[in-house]
Design a protein around this ligand. Structure first.
Ligand code: G1P
Length: 306
């Protein structure tokens, strides 16, 4: 252990949302619509992550964007004309919906990542806004559905109890390790265990475990000094995983199996699954959605057996 003072994770107020990726898996839609703006039922992906951060107590949201992502900034901006129209038409419920995209106590800060140099670099771009505080990182592609407290709220509770950084993890089939950061945390007690090593996208035969990083992190500010020293790794990019690996000898970091279900909305099937799940959660959609899914499956099965 080093002499570095442990930071106070009770005051995680800032959340970073890296949203500068290209979203090639959703082309041609992502030619003009950033992937974070793709809807799951009636809200863009980014809104789910933002709501999770706000529910966890964050009031400063840092969006790391690039010059093609005006839609994200526009979305969180006040839509005066729309609001006036809705107010004049007496559509208070819709007005409320539009205004609540960002509650008034929350501020959004936009930081540009000029070059796509990787997730670690994107997080480093947020350094001037974060300063010397612990903070959260949420990857909006990973949509986490939870009936209890959101995943980030669970993580912050754990971080402050254990005075340690926390990374969300889930078990994946070994053949999928090359799609994730993989942690080695041999001694789990309950839902969490101290991370001994972490590696970005190892081949299945080289993976230290099958415990995969999901896009939620509670990090100490010391990560920035490590990211500044991090050289390009997997995919030629500056990886957050590598910065965390360099931090491990100095700061305790926990892997945490959160309570909730993660949808990989960076993939088409994940977005479809999330859409089904959330349709079933909406009182005004659930019944019709269920009926349609049954009928569609019956028909597809019948056609297949012809
Ligand atoms: C990123 C991280 C990876 C993590 C994953 C979770 O990878 O680099 O460690 O497991 O998010 O979604 P990406 O999916 O952006 O390639």
């Amino acid at each position: 252990m080093s002499h570095v003072a442990r930071c106070d994770y009770r005051r995680v107020r800032k959340a970073v949302f890296p949203v500068a990726g290209l979203g090639t898996r959703f082309l041609p839609a992502t030619k003009t619509v950033p992937k974070e703006m793709l809807p799951v039922v009636d809200r863009p992906l980014i809104q789910y992550a933002v709501d999770e951060a706000i529910a966890a107590g964050c009031d400063t949201l840092v969006f790391v964007t690039n010059r093609y992502k005006h839609a994200v900034a526009d979305y969180f901006d006040t839509a005066y004309e729309l609001e006036q129209r809705l107010a004049r038409a007496g559509k208070d419920d819709l007005l409320e919906l539009v205004r609540n995209v960002l509650p008034s106590h929350v501020r959004a800060v936009f930081v540009t990542q000029a070059e796509a140099r990787g997730l670690g670099h994107a997080v480093l771009c947020a350094k001037p806004v974060i300063g010397d505080e612990p903070f959260a990182v949420l990857l909006p592609d990973d949509l986490i559905f939870s009936r209890s407290a959101g995943a980030l709220a669970q993580m912050i509770t754990l971080a402050s109890e254990a005075s340690a950084g926390v990374i969300a993890v889930q078990d994946v089939p070994r053949e999928q390790t090359a799609s994730y950061g993989i942690v080695d945390a041999p001694s789990f007690s309950g839902a969490h265990g101290r991370i001994q090593s972490i590696v970005e996208k190892p081949k299945p035969e080289l993976a230290p475990s099958t415990l995969a990083v999901v896009g939620r992190y509670v990090l100490p500010p010391e990560i920035f000094a490590q990211l500044e020293k991090t050289t390009p790794g997997s995919g030629g990019e500056i990886q957050l995983t590598d910065g965390i690996a360099a931090l491990l000898p100095h700061q305790p970091m926990l892997a945490y199996r959160f309570d909730g279900r993660r949808f990989d909305c960076g993939s088409r099937i994940g977005l479809v699954e999330a859409t089904i799940q959330f349709a079933l959660e909406h009182d005004d959609l659930a019944e019709e959605a269920r009926r349609y899914m049954r009928a569609a499956l019956e028909q597809a099965d019948a056609e297949q057996s012809v």
